[in-house]
Design a protein around this ligand. Structure first.
Ligand SMILES: Nc1ncnc2c1ncn2[C@@H]1O[C@H](COP(=O)(O)OP(=O)(O)O)[C@@H](O)[C@H]1O
Ligand SMILES: [Mg+2]
Length: 233
């Protein structure tokens, strides 16, 4: 049996401009992601990659289509169930890191656990230290973000995304602000950390070297996802 963690079918989404015209961004888009699988998504700027990630992460409700997360049809959930699924199923990594500037590395990674169950918060010391070891930052545990390099900040963000043991990490151009050598190392950390935790990964990236290291590579064009090579970018 193939276990799908995400199953998005016939997804459509458009934005309304201030003058009232509609811009169709996603249309008839299908994406199924298996448990633990890594998927890279490329595509031109403005093709809808960030919009797609926000739909996948339950941050945005698409105008058309059906979406199952871990077999649950998302449009049948109550507000409470929907919010809970979003908090439990997904971890996010953004190009801009989005760390809390006055919090230490430890506190940034521990923060998501403060809204989880009480046991996870009580046990946060071991969990956070384990994650920081996994991303190679054990020696920076007491630093604040301004003392870290870009690559180190993104490693903190990766550890934070995994803190609550999500089933899927959604990463939007995670190496977009890094030099090529650092980008490669950070993506290696992202792939290894999600693999060792058994977490699926959908990563938006323009970097072919990054994409090659994932299980599957797709391109977003004309509102849909295509196998890499099927469309010119
Ligand atoms: N909140 C919004 N309001 C209006 N248009 C938007 C909004 N967000 C994105 N768009 C438009 O939707 C299209 C896709 O955007 P986006 O998903 O950010 O693309 P990508 O991440 O591939 O660069 C772009 O044309 C963008 O201008
Ligand atoms: Mg984007």
């Amino acid at each position: 049996m193939v276990e799908l963690v995400l199953n998005l079918q016939g997804c459509g989404h458009s934005f309304t401009c201030p003058d009232g015209t509609e811009i169709g961004v996603l249309g008839g888009l299908d994406l199924a992601v298996r448990s633990g699988e890594s998927v890279a998504v490329a595509g031109r700027s403005g093709s809808g990659k960030s919009t797609l990630l926000s739909v996948l992460g339950l941050l945005r409700t698409p105008h058309a289509g059906r979406y199952w997360v871990e077999g649950k049809r998302t449009d049948t959930l109550s507000d409470h169930e929907f919010a809970r699924l979003r908090g439990e199923a997904f971890g996010f990594v953004f190009q801009e890191y989005l760390l809390m500037p006055r919090h230490t590395v430890f506190d940034n990674v521990a923060l998501p656990l403060s809204t989880g169950n009480k046991r996870a918060w009580k046990d946060r010391g071991a969990r956070v230290r384990g994650l920081l070891e996994m991303v190679g930052l054990s020696d920076r545990i007491d630093a604040v973000p301004s003392q870290l390099s870009g690559g180190e900040k993104q490693r903190v963000a990766i550890a934070r995304a995994l803190a609550r043991s999500p089933r899927v990490v959604l990463a939007d151009e995670p190496s977009g602000a890094l030099d090529p050598v650092t980008a490669d190392a950070v993506i290696g950390v992202l792939l290894e950390a999600t693999r060792s935790e058994g977490v699926a990964l959908v990563v938006v990236t323009h970097d072919a070297a990054v994409a090659r290291r994932t299980d599957r590579q797709l391109v977003l064009a004309n509102g849909r996802l295509w196998p890499k090579g099927a469309v010119s970018q």
